[in-house]
Design a protein around this ligand. Structure first.
Ligand code: PGA
Length: 253
């Protein structure tokens, strides 16, 4: 019912030249694979180049962040309008933005709303830190982040949500597919509370955190996990394409 989504978050990696090569690798590596929404999210400075490479392919391009402001004296920021011709998706509220740059749920909600208003599909990230997981409070924490990060949001048909436990990001310690399902289910339930069940059933909920070609399948196989947000493994075209292929294989069954 929900088309699976595999999104690559390149973070602060690649130059315009190596981004072009990586994008070419992904376009070639995923050519002919149907039934998966494949997205690559390079740094801002490479969006134009990557867009050119992806043109005419099934690979969509996303940004990693965006300002909630329309324009003006916001040195170093990038607006929705600037991105609108370049990308179709934008990651907002990634845990690195939250922890390193102090983004709050309010900030994330502002970015999500601005994105959707400007025609971009926000990929809204939530996920608990290790101490919250250890305290047995992950579900309540993530439900709260969903409510806070989507306060005032209403463009449900263009929303993607990613569950990324902070302790699983870039650590090689992925969550278990079972735990990912439990939180993805809770996220969908919370979405149902705020958006209504019909929309909640249509919103893709991704898992992110140390996903690779070997472990991706069991996550995506879970009923409420609709794909993956991939960091490290998205920097290798072969690995990323393999994750897309695994996902397509599961969908075909
Ligand atoms: P990772 O990153 O796959 O390297 O753990 C995921 C993310 O931060 O989106």
């Amino acid at each position: 019912m929900r088309t699976p989504v595999i999104a690559g978050n390149w973070k602060m990696n690649t130059t315009p030249q190596t981004a072009t090569e990586l994008a070419r690798g992904v376009v070639d590596g995923t050519a002919g694979i149907a039934g998966v929404a494949t997205i690559i999210c390079p740094p801002f400075v490479s969006l134009q180049a990557v867009k050119s490479v992806a043109a005419g392919s099934d690979v969509a391009v996303g940004a990693q962040n965006v300002s909630a402001e329309r324009s003006g004296a916001y040195t170093g920021e990038v607006s929705v309008e600037m991105l609108a011709g370049l990308v179709s998706y934008v990651i907002v509220g990634h845990s690195e933005r939250r922890s390193l740059y102090g983004e709050t749920d309010d900030d994330v909600a502002g970015k999500a709303i601005a994105s959707a208003t400007g025609g971009l599909k926000p990929i809204v990230c939530v996920g608990e830190p290790l101490e919250v997981r250890r305290a047995g409070d992950a579900e309540r924490y993530c439900r709260g982040q969903v409510r806070g990060s989507l306060a005032g949001y209403s463009a449900w048909e263009s929303l993607v949500v990613a569950y990324e436990p902070v302790w699983a990001i870039g650590t090689g310690q992925a969550a278990s597919p079972r735990d990912a399902q439990v939180i993805a289910r809770a996220i969908r339930d919370e979405l149902s509370n705020i958006a209504g069940q019909e929309f909640a059933e249509r919103i893709p909920v991704l898992y992110g955190g140390s996903v690779n070609p070997e472990n991706a399948g069991p996550f995506i196989d879970r009923p409420d996990v609709d794909g993956a947000l991939v960091g490290g493994a998205s920097l290798q075209a072969d690995d990323f394409s393999a994750i897309v292929r695994v996902t397509a294989g599961l969908t075909l069954r």
